[in-house]
Design a binder for this molecule. Structure first.
Ligand SMILES: NC(=O)c1ccc[n+]([C@@H]2O[C@H](COP(=O)([O-])OP(=O)(O)OC[C@H]3O[C@@H](n4cnc5c(N)ncnc54)[C@H](O)[C@@H]3O)[C@@H](O)[C@H]2O)c1
Length: 277
């Protein structure tokens, strides 16, 4: 039996704990999110979740159509900047860093949620991948993390978090994922080397390995719906993941709750990665 004093102390303690967990996880944080194309994009769900948790956002677009879309989304969020970004262009990355520096506030989080490969390289046998197609996938989908981290790190003067999105096709052969699987392997290795480099600046670098989600990029992979179906029949949770679940993990990685986590791949895939077949 608790004495009255002990009971009151326990109540106070629980209240403090509750308040701590009710506080917004990204309050006061400034986050750069790359890769919103439309409302199906994982980056869109991530931006929504970051806004919900109190973050101020900087968003990037690729081309005029995306600019308009993102400007509409931004009306509902706390957005400090909307900037053009083709990650294959160093001058655009330098211009982003310049624009963010001009805001005179530290950057706390970066979410790299983008990739690209030629459609034919996601349907033909992997063996037929051209040199140009291979290098394009590596440039946009893997090297870009290095380029983005290099541009963003000097702005992260209080430390922070850089997260990227990957897929199980980096280590397992997935039908038609092909050149993108190789790019994801390179992305994951780059993530680890960046974590090794940037840790001294208190910058954590991690990847989320998301289960399959029907987005524009995913639809470019031939027979993508088969991957969705197989996940439902074989993953431990017997369902596909929701974009919001991926987004909540991105919130965790960007938040102080993950302050000891770097160089990690966080699987948000209904447990599919543990299955033998
Ligand atoms: N959807 C899935 O099943 C799934 C699963 C695991 C990982 N991922 C990864 O999640 C990330 C986001 O993809 P998504 O599924 O949300 O698809 P998406 O098509 O919505 O997003 C891809 C983004 O990449 C951007 N992009 C392409 N080339 C670019 C360039 N040169 N410069 C700047 N941006 C460029 C596009 O504009 C788009 O915004 C990708 O890295 C993808 O590989 C997706």
């Amino acid at each position: 039996m608790l004495t009255g004093e002990l009971r009151n102390s326990a109540r106070r303690h629980n209240f403090v704990t509750l308040k701590r967990f009710m506080a917004k996880l990204l309050e006061g944080k400034f986050a750069l999110i790359l890769g919103i194309a439309n409302k199906w994009s994982l980056a869109y769900s991530i931006a929504q979740a970051f806004h919900r948790e109190g973050a101020t956002l900087a968003l990037t677009y690729l081309g005029g159509k995306q600019k308009q879309t993102i400007e509409e989304f931004a009306q509902g969020w706390n957005v400090a900047a909307i900037l053009p970004c083709d990650v294959t262009k160093d001058d655009e990355l330098a211009a982003i860093a310049e624009s963010l520096r001009a805001l005179s506030r530290p950057l706390h989080a970066v979410v790299h949620s983008l990739a690209f490969a030629n459609r034919e390289d996601l349907s033909h046998p992997f063996c037929e991948t051209s040199r140009a197609g291979f290098l394009l996938a590596q440039d946009v989908s893997a090297y870009s993390l290095v380029a983005v981290a290099r541009a963003a790190a000097p702005l992260m003067t209080e430390g922070g978090s850089i997260s990227t999105l990957t897929y199980l096709g980096s280590t397992r052969v997935m039908p038609n994922y092909n050149v993108m699987g190789v790019a994801k392997a390179s992305l994951e290795a780059s993530m680890r080397y960046l974590a090794g480099d940037l840790g001294q600046q208190k910058i954590r670098v991690n990847a989320i390995s998301a289960g399959p989600v029907k987005t524009a990029s995913a639809r470019a992979v031939k027979d993508f719906s088969t991957i969705l179906d197989i996940t439902v029949s074989r993953a431990p949770l017997r369902r596909n993941v929701e974009p919001a679940e991926v987004a909540d993990s991105a919130v965790f990685l960007a938040s102080d709750l993950a302050r000891g986590v770097t160089g990690n791949i966080l699987f948000v895939d209904s447990g599919m990665h543990i299955m033998g077949f």
